[in-house]
Design a protein around this ligand. Structure first.
Ligand code: IPM
Ligand code: MG
Length: 352
C-alpha cells in the first residue's frame, strides 16, 4: 500500500483535489491517504506556508499530490511569508530538482489553441525544468539601502553537480521518446549559462544515441510558437523553464489541462501547472483535468502502475471526445459540466 500525502492548498485546490481523489478511488486498496496544509491554508492554521508537520508528513509519504497555492488574502505579506514560498520550500526540502511538464495536444480541444491546427500536428514534447537552483534559490539575495536609494539583487548560480543530474534526467527521458534534446541557456551573456552548456555537452557523451541541440532562451521562446512540433525534450534552467512552460501550455488551449511531476532522488510531488485561480475558487467551474492527469503521472512514476495511468488518460480522452467541457474549455455545441461532474464522468469511464 502506497502512502500518499494530499496537499490541496488554496483557491481551486480543494475542488480539483476532490476530483483526483474520486478518480484514484477507482483503484481501491492501493493507496492510503493523509491530508496536510501548505501555502495560504498553512499560513492561516500554523502561521507559516510550510509548517514542520507538513514537512514530516511529506518525508514519510511515498508521493505528494498538491493542488495549488496562493491568493489575494496573503498578497500583502512580506515575500518570505507568502504562500508561494511554501511551494519553493517543499521543493527544496524534498530535493525535487527535476520538474517534468509534458505538453500534449488533446485532439478534441485543438480549436481552443491560439495557433492554427496545422502548426499543432505532431506536437508532443516535455519540458524538463531544473527546480532547486538558479535565481530562485541562489545566494546572496536581498535588498540593500534606504527607501529611495535601494538596490535589490538575486544570484544566478549553478554547480556542475546540479547541471549534471538534471541533464541526466533530460537525456534519459529523451532516450525513451524521439531521442532529441534541446538545451536552453543564455550562454552568450551569462557565466552560469556557459557552464550549463559545457556540462550538458559533457553529459551528452554518455547519450550518443540522443541528438543534442542548444538554443538561447529568447530564440526558444520564438521557436516554441513557430515550430512546436520540432521539440521532443526541452531541458531548461529553473527561471527560463518557469517562463517557457507557461508559454508552451498555451499551445494546448487551456492551462487547466496540464500536469507535472517534480522528482528528486528520494521523493516526488505531483501538481497541475496552473495556479490557485482565486477568482473562480468555490464556483465549481475549475477544470480538474490537470490535477487528474497529475495523479496519473503519480501512478506511473511513483507507483509503477503505467496501466492505471493509461486508464486515466484514456478516460480523459473519451470524456473530451464525448463533448464534455468545463467552462474554461467550453465552445458552442459542447456540453458544459461542473468541476464535480467532470470528475465523475472520468471516474465512471474508468469503471466502465
Ligand atoms: C510554477 C509556479 C511557481 C514557480 C510559483 C507559484 C512559485 O509559477 O510552478 O511554475 O515560479 O515555480
Ligand atoms: Mg510558473
Amino acid at each position: 500500500m502506497k502512502k500518499i500525502l494530499l496537499l490541496p492548498g488554496d483557491g481551486i485546490g480543494h475542488e480539483i483535489m476532490e476530483q483526483a481523489k474520486k478518480v484514484l478511488a477507482c483503484f481501491p486498496n492501493l493507496f492510503e491517504y493523509e491530508e496536510g496544509y501548505i501555502g495560504g491554508a498553512a499560513i492561516d492554521k500554523y502561521g507559516t506556508p510550510f509548517p514542520e508537520t507538513t514537512l514530516k508528513q511529506a518525508l514519510e509519504a511515498d508521493a505528494v499530490l498538491l493542488g495549488a497555492v496562493g491568493g489575494p488574502k496573503w498578497d500583502s505579506l512580506p515575500s518570505e511569508n507568502r504562500p508561494e514560498r511554501g511551494l519553493l520550500a517543499i521543493r527544496k526540502a524534498l530535493g525535487l530538482y527535476a520538474n517534468i511538464r509534458p505538453i500534449d495536444i488533446w485532439k478534441p480541444l485543438i480549436d481552443l489553441s491560439p495557433l492554427k491546427p496545422s502548426f499543432l500536428k505532431d506536437v508532443s514534447f516535455v519540458v524538463v525544468r531544473e527546480l532547486t537552483g538558479d535565481l530562485y534559490f541562489g545566494t546572496p539575495r536581498g535588498v540593500h539601502g534606504e527607501k529611495g536609494s535601494r538596490s535589490a539583487f538575486n544570484t544566478m548560480v549553478y554547480s556542475e553537480e546540479e547541471i549534471k543530474r538534471i541533464a541526466h534526467t533530460g537525456f534519459r527521458l529523451a532516450r525513451n521518446r524521439k531521442k532529441k534534446l534541446c538545451s536552453i541557456d543564455k550562454s552568450n551573456v551569462l557565466e552560469a549559462m556557459a557552464l550549463w552548456r559545457e556540462i550538458v555537452e559533457e553529459v551528452h557523451q554518455e547519450y550518443q544515441d540522443v541528438a543534442l541541440s542548444h538554443m538561447y532562451v529568447d530564440n526558444a521562446a520564438m521557436q516554441i510558437i513557430k515550430k512546436p512540433s520540432d521539440f521532443d525534450v526541452i531541458l531548461t534552467p529553473n527561471m527560463f523553464g518557469d517562463i517557457l512552460s507557461d508559454e508552451a501550455a498555451v499551445l494546448c488551449g487551456s492551462l487547466g489541462l496540464l500536469p507535472s511531476a517534480s522528482l528528486g532522488s528520494k521523493h516526488a510531488l505531483y501538481e497541475p501547472i496552473h495556479g490557485s485561480a482565486p477568482d473562480i475558487a468555490g464556483m465549481g467551474i475549475a477544470n480538474p483535468i490537470g490535477m487528474i492527469l497529475s495523479a496519473a503521472m503519480m501512478l506511473e512514476t511513483s507507483c509503477g502502475s503505467s496501466d492505471l495511468a493509461f486508464k486515466i488518460r484514456s478516460a480523459v480522452a473519451a470524456v473530451l471526445d464525448a463533448g464534455f467541457r468545463t467552462k474554461d474549455s467550453w465552445s458552442d455545441g459542447m456540453v458544459l459540466v461542473s468541476t464535480d461532474e467532470m470528475g465523475t464522468k472520468i471516474a465512471e469511464h474508468i469503471l466502465r
